[in-house]
Design a binder for this molecule. Structure first.
Ligand code: NI
Length: 381
């Protein structure tokens, strides 16, 4: 990559890192993206599905089309790095590297804008609100695929723990579907010394937490994967009162709709059984968040062969992650692939969503180059 462009990418990345914005609030980030696209001479439309921006380059007369996507939002985390470009927005931090993803996509736009050797249309999708706020869904609901038709779509996430610049592509599942569970156990309050006059929601909840662990271990094929974690349990205010209510919450994740349904059915069955056993009422709300991110095989292969051509190491053997990613919603509707690009060693503090995390600027040329190469190849094949 031209050293001037590489320097610009690093400068842009650090600017975004210093000015992070939470999901649904990416006003300045989107404005920065628009300003930079204008400087690059790449036309764009802003305000797509909230703060989303879609830029478009067309060359020649081919009617082929492809999409490339990056996410733009930051997290409600207080940064604990001593970097000169650390967040100046208190309590908000780019702890997942979306600053790097956004700049990689700007870099891909810069590369394709300079390159005369391709034909077709590339849409650059700058997505807001990835961190649990449905940004992909909002852009789809705002007509992303109708207003900016694309045959397939590609994107990536940086990956601490994978060598810097190594590109990994999965066949099939990459990231998990995530669902949230909220449980209300209603009993009957009473004196701690007269439990027979109460219905104890706390004892029922303790049993429920244990019993729910059987859902995965006794229902899921051991050669497949799913995870269920109950993460909060709140009940009671006094040491001598059996409380009237207990509240629990948690999450479950899997890599296919069939597995998600199986786990959900198990959770409901166990909850009903525990309620009956203890004579309490168990109310349950399950909200399905992102669906699983599943690569289509032709596109995973195409993206991997572009990565190989760039000359760096390519991994095709990594297991999927149980983390969620809303790119899955695009792949529900279009073929495509979502890569991981190594961010370097996962030393303590450098993990995603850690207050010590920082995106590795050294991988910007790899990421931008891979996105551009993948778009070119997708248009040509
Ligand atoms: Ni992320």
């Amino acid at each position: 990559m031209d050293p001037k462009l590489q320097q610009a990418l690093t400068r842009w990345r650090r600017h975004l890192h210093q000015h992070p914005e939470l999901s649904l609030q990416e006003t300045a980030t989107a404005a920065f993206v628009c300003r930079t696209l204008a400087e690059l001479g790449v036309p764009f439309i802003s305000g797509v599905g909230g703060h989303g921006v879609v830029a478009t380059l067309t060359r020649g007369h081919s009617n082929r089309s492809v999409g490339l996507r990056a996410d733009m939002d930051a997290l409600p985390i207080t940064e604990r790095t001593d970097l000169p470009y650390a967040s100046d927005n208190p309590g908000v931090m780019h702890a997942c590297g979306h600053d790097g993803h956004t700049v990689s996509l700007l870099g891909a736009a810069a590369l394709l804008a300079q390159d005369a050797d391709w034909t077709g249309t590339v849409h650059f999708v700058f997505q807001p609100a990835e961190e649990g706020y449905g940004g992909a869904r909002s852009m789809l609901a705002d007509g992303l695929f109708d207003r900016f038709p694309m045959e397939r779509i590609f994107g990536y996430h940086n990956w601490p723990g994978l060598d810097a610049g190594t590109i990994a592509l999965h066949d099939g599942a990459v990231m998990a579907a995530a669902s949230r569970i909220d449980i209300v156990v209603d009993g009957h309050a009473g004196h701690a010394a007269m439990p027979h006059l109460s219905r104890d929601p706390l004892l029922a909840s303790a049993s429920l937490v244990v019993a729910l662990q059987s859902v995965i271990s006794r229902n899921v094929d051991p050669l497949q994967s799913a995870v269920l974690s109950i993460c909060t349990l709140n009940a009671g205010v006094a040491a001598n009162q059996i409380p009237s209510q207990a509240l629990l919450s948690g999450t479950f994740r899997s890599h296919s709709p069939a597995m998600r349904d199986l786990v959900e059915a198990g959770i409901r069955r166990v909850a009903d059984g525990v309620g009956a056993t203890f004579g309490v009422s168990v109310g349950m709300e399950i909200q399905h968040g992102v669906c699983a991110t599943i690569n289509s095989s032709v596109e995973a292969k195409l993206a991997a062969s572009c990565a190989e051509e760039l000359g760096g190491p390519v991994r095709r053997d990594l297991p999927p992650s149980m983390a969620g990613e809303d790119f899955g919603w695009y792949l529900e509707q279009k073929p495509g692939a979502f890569a991981w690009i190594g961010n370097g060693p996962a030393t303590p503090g450098s993990e995603l969503h850690n207050p010590g995390y920082d995106f590795n600027d050294a991988i910007l040329p790899v990421a931008a180059g891979w996105l551009a190469a993948t778009a070119r190849r997708a248009l040509a094949s």
